[in-house]
Design a protein around this ligand. Structure first.
Ligand code: NDP
Ligand code: HSE
Length: 428
């Protein structure tokens, strides 16, 4: 019986999940493929730290060359993370005509198009299902099951850590820092959680999904990003009064004017399907001209769920190896498209102003909004004390640039003491 051999680079959360799933389901996988699929080498820097007994025929190695020069290995799986060394390894594997699977969104959001071109040039496959939304099979869905659709919009909850934090703050009234601490203890957050809470992790994932969905070379730097660090309980409570819940959303939308790419905290109606995505779960809402609306939901991280996506890539490539058809299909395919500046995006907005508690203040605020052609949908006023009140305002849809202009004019109005926050509202 034919055997396709695999090497893993990395044996942490995802590497072990991949290995364990391949072991657990070995008979089933071999049966489904019609040939044997085996991991034979695992590259790590410090083998002694792994307290596992590897099955016969599998060994830890500490030099990459023993993988690159091993002609019996046709698939290399990069699950180390980081950009510099991972890029060197992936590039060297592709140059050595080895097929590559990676879960590394940081690397792909920066170098994905280049690595894809290199793979095609070398006649091998590059696959990366696990790089976005962990265990949710979304990448192959976009370039395979939905390939006959013109995708018009992607809206996703793409980061488990921030969704966990916002859920805890909204449902249990926990503070931002307490919620973050719990996310770290549960292992959802990256070692340095900056990439999670500042929206960078979600932006990398959006860049990968949008590149496939809209056939344009999209890099991390093309995405407008805001994180969740300034969201506080007050806004969450006002949002709830208006019928909204808050989520960190990745949004890619194609319009006649171009493609807009944003990661930002936004209010969505509590009736929207994404509002029910709680805790560390992820989801992607896809709009296409054939499928209409579809939502994909599941575990965005974790050992076995992410391993499941890696294994699916390994199996797809193994089939191509067995049929000698690697390098035939590339998920990234490009044509030129304009990017649409974030300032032009139209949307409703929520604004919280701290104002003087005196007669005529509401009229002054309303006149500034009118000067900027911003129409108001709802207003809530709460008197904080004798001298101060809070105004929570929901606007009708308008370009973001109008909102930036009105904030500037509020900053020059003596009766507005502070602009507490401004949050975008997604249409229903
Ligand atoms: P871990 O930190 O748990 O594991 C990294 C592994 O790589 C370790 O076994 C480490 O072993 C090995 N390694 C070898 N060389 C290097 C090197 N130069 N630098 C760093 N590590 C090295 O990472 P994860 O398994 O969590 O993540 C792996 C990849 O999967 C990342 O790209 C991540 O973004 C992605 N991912 C992770 C998800 C998750 O749920 N954790 C979900 C989706 C994607 P040693 O130290 O012994 O060398
Ligand atoms: N830190 C990431 C998250 C892990 O919270 O979603 C999965 O990419």
């Amino acid at each position: 019986m034919k055997t396709v051999n695999v090497a893993l680079l990395g044996f942490g959360t995802v590497g072990q999940g991949t290995f364990n799933l391949l072991q657990m389901n070995q008979d089933l996988i071999d049966h489904r493929l019609g040939f044997r699929l085996r991991v034979i080498k695992i590259y790590v820097r410090t083998p002694e730290k792994y307290k596992v007994t590897l099955p016969k025929g599998v060994s830890f190695v500490t030099d990459m060359d023993s993988i690159l020069n091993d002609d019996s290995i046709s698939i290399v799986v990069e699950v180390m993370g980081g950009v510099t060394f991972a890029r060197e390894c992936v590039e060297a594997a592709l140059q050595a005509k080895k097929n590559v699977v990676t879960a590394n969104k940081d690397l792909l959001a920066k170098e994905g198009p280049y690595l894809q071109d290199l793979a095609t040039e070398r006649g091998v496959d590059l696959r990366f299902e696990a790089s976005v939304l962990g265990g949710i099979p979304i990448i192959r869905t976009l370039y395979d099951s939905l390939y006959g659709n013109r995708i018009t919009e992607l809206i996703g909850i793409m980061n488990g850590t921030t969704n966990f934090i916002l859920t805890k703050m909204s449902e249990e009234g926990l503070s931002y820092s307490e919620s973050l601490k719990q996310a770290q203890e549960l292992g959802y957050a990256e070692a340095d959680p900056t990439a999670d809470v500042e929206g960078l992790d979600a932006a990398r994932k959006l860049a990968i999904l949008a590149s496939i969905s809209f056939n344009r070379r999209i890099f991390f730097d093309d995405v407008y990003v805001e994180g969740i660090t300034t969201i506080d309980q007050t806004d969450i409570r006002y949002g709830q009064e208006f019928g909204y819940t808050i989520k960190l959303l990745g949004i890619a939308k194609e319009t006649k004017k171009g493609l807009s790419l944003n990661v930002l905290p936004a209010f969505i109606s509590t009736k929207h399907p994404l509002a029910s995505v709680r805790g560390a779960y992820n989801a992607l809402y896809v709009k296409g001209n054939g499928i209409d609306d579809a939502m994909f939901y599941g575990q965005g991280a974790g050992s076995l769920p992410t391993g499941s996506s890696v294994v699916s890539d390994i199996m797809e490539i193994a089939r191509n190896v067995a049929h000698e058809s690697t390098g035939m299909f590339k998920p990234f395919f490009y044509s030129e498209k304009n990017l649409y500046a974030p300032g032009k995006i139209e949307s409703s907005y929520y604004m919280r102003l701290i104002v003087e508690n005196s007669t005529g203040v509401l009229a002054k605020v309303a006149s500034k909004l009118a000067e900027q052609r911003i129409s108001v949908q709802s207003v809530l006023q709460r008197n904080e004390d004798e001298n101060t009140a809070t105004l929570a305002i929901v606007t009708a849809p308008c370009p973001r640039s109008y909102i930036l202009n009105v904030i500037d004019s509020f900053n020059h109005l003596r009766s507005v003491r502070a602009v507490g926050s401004v949050i975008r509202i997604m249409p229903e």
